[in-house]
Design a protein around this ligand. Structure first.
Ligand SMILES: Cc1ncc(COP(=O)(O)O)c(C=O)c1O
Length: 361
């Protein structure tokens, strides 16, 4: 069931629809501010190897070169990389391989697939809900000491909040698997700051850490399905043991290799710098609208906003040709929340004009 409340068999009554995603809101003909995938023209350094890989489709995929390239990018040995069919597959592998976990905790609001994958694998999931009143700030003390699996996003979808790396690192301990979803980490790079400020991708000293990365967002590869996990080799071996054979296709592997190159990383930094300026513009315009409150301190490719009656506003926006992401399907949010993608200033200005008219009516 998509876009509705569903019952889950774990005792707390109706919960938001964990299977709802922005792609079903971005129907043809609407300006898409619901999906956080960049749609710019693909650079040649990515398009060329992708196209060339089509000549290799008769052979089974060989993940070796892509694994080595991703490992080099993050300063880790290849055994500490597991390539996956998008970040989404990573959550399923974790949920299946860690069948013995007793107290899995998911920090919300966040992307719903980690919890959905855990539930589908039969886990009883506990939630830690962050508080909008203090900007969805994360306090590691909120996580029960005996939680043996913790899942958190950084930066978090849908809040766009970037938690300090030290607060996440404080969660790591032996006997616990700590999963940090960094699907949007590249969007947090800031001018004058080296690399991705709060990423744990290069940290090899934290026991039980698994970092989830996606290549589908910035590089517009949602249809190709490519991402990866970084973590201790022994833990990744357990995850690989439940992964289908040849799960990542040859074109997806070609993309992973290309996106790990220094050229790609430099391009990511440039995109993030432009995004930061476009985000500042969106936040300034939204903040000037009566009744609209931008949540937290946005750090990624989208912004979460609070607006009384946002569910009705969303419907009217659709009638006027604009798709934004509903907030009520995220645990911890409700009908007064919307998520809006950061776009170029001209698109933002056109959107704000329509939103202002709707709010005035
Ligand atoms: C926070 C977050 N993590 C992971 C994913 C899944 O990404 P992928 O397309 O790599 O499966 C998404 C997709 O929307 C996301 O928002």
């Amino acid at each position: 069931m998509r876009g509705q409340l569903i019952e889950v068999p774990l005792g707390t009554g109706p919960v938001p629809d964990l299977g709802h995603h922005g792609d079903v809101e971005a129907t043809p003909g609407l300006v898409d501010l619901a999906v956080n995938v960049r749609r710019d023209t693909m650079p040649d350094w990515l398009a060329d190897p992708l196209t060339a890989s089509l000549a290799e489709l008769a052979a089974y995929p060989d993940p070796g070169p892509a694994r080595a390239a991703v490992a080099a990018r993050h300063g880790r040995p290849p055994e500490e990389v597991l390539l996956t069919a998008g970040a989404a597959e990573g959550f399923v592998l974790l949920a299946r391989a860690l069948a013995g976990v007793r107290r899995p905790v998911v920090v919300h609001p966040q992307f719903t697939e980690p919890e959905a994958a855990l539930r589908a694998a039969g886990h009883q999931v506990e939630r830690v809900l962050l508080d909008p009143a203090d900007g969805f700030r994360f306090d590691p003390a909120r996580v029960p000491a005996d939680a043996d699996l913790v899942m958190i996003g950084n930066p978090t979808n849908p809040t766009s909040v970037l938690h300090p790396a030290a607060d996440l690192a404080a969660l790591a301990r032996s006997g616990r698997v700590l999963v940090v979803d960094e699907a949007f980490a590249d969007t947090t790079a800031a001018p004058g700051v080296p690399g991705e400020p709060e990423s744990l991708a290069g940290r090899r000293d934290l026991p039980g850490l698994v970092v989830v990365r996606s290549l589908t967002k910035t590089w517009g590869l949602a249809g190709l399905r490519i991402g990866y996990l970084l973590g201790e080799a022994a833990l990744l071996d357990r995850l690989a043991a439940v992964q289908p054979l040849w799960a990542v296709s040859t074109p997806a592997l070609a993309a992973a290799t290309a996106c790990a190159s220094p050229t790609a990383v430099a391009a990511e930094r440039e995109i993030a710098a432009r995004l930061a300026a476009d985000r500042d513009h969106l936040v300034a315009r939204l903040s000037a609208l009566p009744g609209v409150r931008v949540a937290g301190r946005p750090a990624s490719a989208f912004v979460l906003l609070h607006l009384a009656g946002a569910d009705r506003v969303r419907e009217t926006l659709r009638e006027r040709g604009w798709a934004v992401r509903r907030g009520d399907t995220f645990p911890g949010l409700g009908p007064d929340w919307l998520r809006v993608a950061v776009r170029d200033p001209a698109t933002t200005d056109a959107f704000i004009e329509v939103l202002a008219e709707i709010l005035e009516a």
